[in-house]
Design a protein around this ligand. Structure first.
Ligand code: SF4
Ligand code: SF4
Length: 93
């Protein structure tokens, strides 16, 4: 399942999408440690699977929380995207 966390406002759409299908087979959940802001958590979903999610308190401000990882020029690979062995994390901006 693809889960979207974020929001849109007058300046654009700011969503982090997690494809949770591979998460249940991901043993050490490297996305959690990779994010310098600590935005990821592991939750048990409605199907009793352990999946990654963005913490509630970060969902309405992902644009600002992710800003240090996203300089306007020379943007490096995002730590969360790089850490995920399943390529399950994408950002809309
Ligand atoms: S690293 Fe990727 S597959 Fe593993 S829990 Fe995080 S998002 Fe899911
Ligand atoms: S871009 Fe940076 S701050 Fe945003 S979720 Fe990924 S690792 Fe965390």
């Amino acid at each position: 399942m693809k889960a979207n966390y974020g929001y849109m406002d007058g300046s654009g759409e700011y969503y982090i999408t997690i494809d949770t299908d591979p998460c249940n087979d991901c043993t050490d959940h490297p996305c959690v440690a990779a994010c310098p802001v600590g935005m990821f958590e592991i939750i048990v979903d409605d199907y009793d699977d352990e999946v990654a999610a963005i913490k509630e308190e970060n969902r309405k401000k992902v644009k600002y929380d992710c800003a240090p990882c996203k300089p306007v020029t020379d943007r490096p690979p995002l730590p969360c995207v790089e850490a995920c062995p399943a390529d399950a994390i994408t950002h809309s901006w």
